[in-house]
Write a protein that binds this ligand. Structure first.
Ligand SMILES: Nc1ncnc2c1ncn2[C@@H]1O[C@H](COP(=O)(O)OP(=O)(O)O)[C@@H](O)[C@H]1O
Ligand SMILES: Cc1ncc(COP(=O)(O)O)c(N)n1
Length: 264
């Protein structure tokens, strides 16, 4: 069995963050582990409060796992403060897991800043150089690349700029663009498009968390990056197609199809 670790924030409503990551990794038949960076009080409508876990406790969680258990891949999600980013980067440099997927979480679907503005430079300087792959959505790619994105050419330019920050591969996700949700992968030489079929639904809470955890699981399972992304794209497409109309805002995606091949 492969062992996959998420380093991310908790979403008590179960749609995004650590909870989405654990469900995704389990659906991939990987053993899922978590290091909690923050506790959020949120639901499908809003993030009401955030408690950041002290960096020393984040380090202690990482030490507890790596000193005892082999880690086949790591996924990093919400880390809101620069001291926590610094702590995580230091520990990953110490333990050198084989694959690191960085989802540069910045703003929730409900519009809350999950990354403090002053921590953006730490994310760029400390986490991107450790990334096997970084998976920004379009607004995140705009921030990381320092440019606006309105066309396919812009996506390619932004991907090159983000690659220059040190990530080995860059996946710019198309969920936020108009039209069909095509994701673009840049490996430093070539661009590969991963087309999707847009599902007209408000229930997309946790799509980015799910996609990055699926990529991490597929890398742990031995797939090369391009295939890991292809399989993850199929996973998120199915999970959105069968998303769950839960709550009054952005409901969660559905992982049960992957577990049981049908509705639960
Ligand atoms: N309505 C949708 N229909 C189909 N695929 C979608 C939809 N919204 C997002 N996706 C896909 O879900 C994944 C997450 O994308 P996105 O929503 O852009 O990220 P984030 O959750 O980080 O904002 C991407 O593969 C994207 O193409
Ligand atoms: C703890 C946590 N991590 C990540 C997200 C982003 O997910 P989304 O963009 O779907 O709101 C979130 N809302 N909460």
């Amino acid at each position: 069995m492969k062992h996959v670790l998420t380093i991310a924030g908790s979403d008590c409503s179960g749609g995004a963050g650590v909870q989405a990551d654990l469900k995704t990794m389990s659906a991939h038949r990987c053993f899922a582990m978590s290091v909690i960076t923050a506790i959020t009080a949120q639901n499908t409508q809003a993030v009401n409060d955030v408690l950041d876990i002290p960096p020393a406790m984040i380090e202690a969680q990482i030490d507890a796992i790596f000193t005892d258990i082999r880690v086949d891949a790591v996924k990093i999600g919400m880390v809101s403060v620069s001291d926590s980013i610094r702590a995580i980067a230091g520990k990953l440099r110490q333990y050198t897991p084989p694959f690191v997927v960085v989802d540069p979480v910045m703003v929730s679907k409900s519009g809350y800043d999950l990354l403090r503005p002053e921590a953006a430079s730490a994310l760029k300087e400390l986490l991107l150089p450790l990334a096997t792959i970084v998976t920004p959505n379009v607004p995140e790619a705009e921030k990381l690349a320092g440019m606006s994105i309105r066309s396919e050419d812009d996506i390619k330019e932004a991907a090159q700029r983000i690659y220059a920050l040190g990530a080995k591969q860059v996946l710019i996700k198309g969920g936020h663009s108009d039209g069909q949700p095509t994701d673009w992968l840049f490996d430093g030489q070539k661009f590969t498009a991963f087309p999707g079929k847009r599902i007209d639904t408000p229930n997309t809470h946790g799509t980015g968390c799910t996609l990055s955890s699926a990529i991490a699981s597929n890398l742990a399972l031995g797939h090369p990056v391009e295939q890991a992304v292809e399989l993850a794209k199929q996973y998120i497409q199915t999970a959105i197609e069968h998303s769950i109309p839960l709550g009054h805002g952005h409901g969660p995606v559905n992982h049960f199809y992957e577990y049981y091949g049908g509705e639960c």
